[in-house]
Design a binder for this molecule. Structure first.
Ligand code: BG6
Length: 513
């Protein structure tokens, strides 16, 4: 982990290549493989972080030859690079790096649950061990969640999860990990009956974002912040993940999921944990994950009153984004015309520990909002007024620190400063730090770090069973008491009730637009 916190533009290329291994992707023809995993592997190949003995076996049910599979992914990678041109520094395909990776791709046709698929996979892996001299293997489950348990069961039954001296065996599991606390526990029970926790890498892709990792650096590498990072100085915290996209082609999935399940127990809880956790003893996986689990477990369970007053659900209506009309959620494909699924959720949470007693954490996330922005805003307590009596200064704006996660990554500190002139007038000013001004960032999907870490066996950025379960436990009372949704216009700040939630406490959200 240390190298990741080094302010060196070439951080990626300074790491050493991951040990020779085979990456087996279940769901080889899916969107995730095409849009994120392959581009991330390509970027790792450009950075020279994959060892010569690295190879990929893609598994999916469609009939396909190795050559056809390579051709399909070559098209996809060209599209990825073209898409990123201008946005990221690399705008032309590095033919050498892609060629290197393409030659290491192969394909296996088979149903995920069919024992035959797993036996043929075992033969391929035995062949790789013979040719390349290693038995290291990471199984990546880029599949629908219903396959997670069955695939790991079949892998274990075929003996493919057994680790040996020259062969680690790990399984990477995508989100959603369960649909509530009971199902997450059941899935953990099923998996941990077959493999060790140290073999399971549960992904939350927010943890692959550079600025999410940087929250720890900001807090624990800078002496000036940590003394202020507590109830004595902080009034409240706002965590926002606003999106402009709608549900796109995922209507069916989203109808059964909603914003609460989709974003809160996982991504929003990660942001909360990173900003509120106690300093870990070190940056090893267990120390970091233990502190994160503790703070999420300290979230006060909501009772009936809090559920009625402190949770706001919304659903986007038709509206306009960047001047273009957009349809209502209920008009999206595969969405019921009378759907009550929430596409927005806001809530007030309390963390019952010594650091945060009395400091509310307000969380909001939603689709089709005015802007795309993920940020954490730490609002400090207001300074006393007294010395400004008799001046035109009627009220002071409390200071706040904003950690910008995306789209532009950085940190802003909002202060009051005296306006130039003969009278004492204050103005709000901002000190801005942008990562892009200081660091040359290479093209990244966010999955590079996660894939690399899975290959080197660093689980710090992956969720342990207790982290996942703590996230679900925190939202379980909300899941158990579904409430009505308030419609909000697409392209707006969200439902009016969300503004009222903070107004009741004499506060207001930072504006999105
Ligand atoms: C996913 C959710 O986990 O995260 C999506 O399922 C959401 O609904 C996405 O859009 C947001 O991730 P990012 O990286 O685009 O902010």
């Amino acid at each position: 982990m240390d190298a990741r916190f080094c302010p060196d533009p070439a951080t990626l290329s300074r790491a050493t290549p991951a040990p020779a291994s085979t990456l087996v992707i279940f769901g080889a023809n899916g969107d995730l493989t095409k849009r994120l995993l392959m581009p991330a592997l390509y970027n790792l190949s450009v950075a020279g972080l994959l060892a010569d003995g690295f190879s990929v076996i893609g598994i999916d049910h469609n009939e396909r030859t190795d050559d056809a599979y390579r051709g399909r992914l070559t098209e996809a990678i060209h599209a990825f690079v073209a898409d990123k041109a201008g946005e990221l520094s690399a705008s032309v395909l590095d033919g050498r790096a892609w060629g290197w990776l393409r030659d290491r791709l192969s394909y296996l046709t088979g149903e995920f649950e069919d024992p035959g698929t797993h036996h043929r996979l075992a033969d391929r892996l035995a062949e790789i061990r013979r040719i390349r001299g290693h038995g290291n293997c990471v199984f990546y489950l880029a599949t629908a969640p219903r396959f997670f348990g069955p695939i790991v069961e079949r892998l274990a039954a075929t003996g493919l999860m057994r680790e040996e001296e020259r062969g680690f065996r790990r399984v990477v599991i995508e989100k959603p990990f369960g649909t509530d606390l009971a199902s997450a526990r059941a899935l953990d029970g099923r998996l941990l009956g077959l493999v060790a926790e140290s073999q399971v890498f549960r992904i939350d892709h927010f943890l692959g974002k550079e600025t999410v990792q940087n929250i720890l650096a900001l807090r624990f590498a800078n002496g000036i912040f940590e003394p202020l990072w507590r109830r004595d100085h902080i009034d409240h915290v706002q965590i926002t993940a606003a999106e402009t996209v709608g549900v796109e082609r995922r209507g069916r999935f989203y109808e059964a999921t909603g914003a609460l399940r989709d974003m809160v127990p996982n991504h929003m809880m990660q942001l909360l944990a990173m900003s509120a956790m106690e300093p870990p003893n070190g940056f090893d996986a267990d120390a970091v994950r233990a502190e994160k689990a503790k703070v999420v477990q300290a979230i006060r369970p909501m009772g009936a009153d809090e559920l009625a007053c402190d949770v706001v659900r919304g659903q986007y209506d038709s509206g306009a984004l960047r001047g273009m009309p957009v349809p209502a959620y209920r008009q999206e494909p595969n969405v019921a015309s009378d759907s009550v699924t929430e596409t927005y959720i806001a809530m007030k949470l309390h963390i019952d520990n010594w650091r945060w007693a009395g400091v509310p954490f307000y969380i909001r996330t939603g689709k089709r909002l005015a802007v795309r922005r993920t940020e954490i805003a730490i609002h400090f307590k207001q300074a006393p007024y007294a010395m400004f009596r008799g001046t035109p200064v009627e009220c002071l704006t409390p200071n706040f620190l904003v950690l910008h996660i995306q789209p532009s990554e950085g940190i802003s500190l909002c202060l009051s400063a005296k306006e130039p002139g003969l009278t004492v007038r204050l103005a709000d000013v901002r000190m801005d730090f942008r990562y892009a001004d200081w660091f040359k960032t290479g093209p990244s999907t966010g999955y590079e770090t996660l894939l690399y870490d899975a290959l080197i066996g660093d689980a710090t950025l992956f969720q342990r069973a207790d982290n996942v379960e703590a996230g679900w436990a925190a939202v379980q009372p909300m899941l158990a008491s579904p409430a009505g949704v308030e419609r909000y216009a697409a392209g707006s700040e969200g439902p009016a009730a969300a503004e009222a939630l903070l107004a009741r406490d004499g506060r207001h959200w930072l504006e999105l637009a």
